[in-house]
Design a protein around this ligand. Structure first.
Ligand code: BTN
Length: 262
């Protein structure tokens, strides 16, 4: 029988860092094996997707980066690392914040969202994946996830207040513990990672969580906007499938900028 590979070989908590992505990238560059995890209370230069900044008041969000050496994963499936991180966090967040199953979902590709009262989606968290490769093989991957946990609605930045929320707001003001969330997340990640290492991915779970499915969606892709109705996602390529006037389109890069209940 083959011994199970340990999931977490290094986990460190920091009060303040530039970005947990940078911490973990440096660890991997120095030879730390997978999976190494950095958690911070405050990031001075937190990074989001599309070169954006990621900001949260001290202690209001769970800020984590995980370092992988995914030589065991085909490069075309690199997106699945972000997928398992997002799915493990959704399950953990619903459990820890006492939300009903399915209260949280994904806005393609990897925004953690809840339904807003006005038919739009409110962002609870996001995932950022950064990989390095050599000779067509993945060498390292750093997957960062930020989740708004103990962030009161009155403290949301005014320009984002209509598009974001937090677990404590969704829990009706009940306190939600960041350490409990982290523990629940890492525990749930273990089985998802073991499955991925063996070539299995929870395509059904990933598809079921997509909030774009069956909704009117606008996606920004390379300077143009594509609108259509969400037809699901392709669990092989990770693409978003949209029914447009010109037929079904598979979108494998870009950002959903609008998504409404029809
Ligand atoms: C996004 O939705 O744009 C992705 C946000 C990712 C933020 C997390 S917080 C922990 C890690 N460190 C960073 O600098 N970014 C990621």
């Amino acid at each position: 029988m083959r011994a199970m590979q340990p999931t977490i070989v290094r986990l460190e908590r920091f009060e303040r860092v530039a970005s947990t992505q940078e911490v973990v990238s440096a660890w991997l560059a120095a030879g730390t094996p997978e999976v190494c995890v950095a958690v911070a209370d405050v990031q001075e230069r937190g990074r989001g997707r599309h070169g954006r900044a990621w900001e949260a008041p001290p202690g209001a969000a769970l800020l984590v980066s995980l370092g992988f050496r995914p030589t065991w994963l085909a490069p075309r499936y690199a997106w699945r690392l972000g997928g398992i991180v997002a799915l493990a966090m959704l399950d953990a967040a619903e459990a820890v914040a006492w939300l009903r199953d399915g209260a949280l979902g994904l806005k393609w590709p990897n925004d953690l969202v809840a339904d807003g009262p006005d038919g739009t989606l409110r962002k609870v968290g996001g995932v950022l994946g950064e990989t390095t490769s050599e000779a067509g093989r993945l060498v390292t991957a750093v997957v960062g996830i930020g989740v708004n946990v103990a962030w009161a609605a009155r403290d949301f930045p005014p320009d984002l207040a209509g598009s974001m929320t937090s677990l404590s707001v969704l829990a009706g003001g009940r306190p939600v513990d960041r350490d409990e969330l982290l523990a629940g997340f890492l525990e749930r990640l273990e089985s998802r990672l073991a499955a991925l290492r063996s070539g299995r991915f929870d395509a059904g779970g990933w598809s079921a969580r997509q909030r774009t499915t069956g909704r009117q969606v606008v996606v920004a892709v390379g300077g143009r906007e594509i609108d259509g109705v969400g037809e699901g996602v392709d669990p092989d390529s990770g693409a978003l499938l949209l029914a447009t006037d010109g037929g079904i389109v598979a979108i494998d890069g870009g950002e959903v900028i609008r998504c409404r209940v029809m």
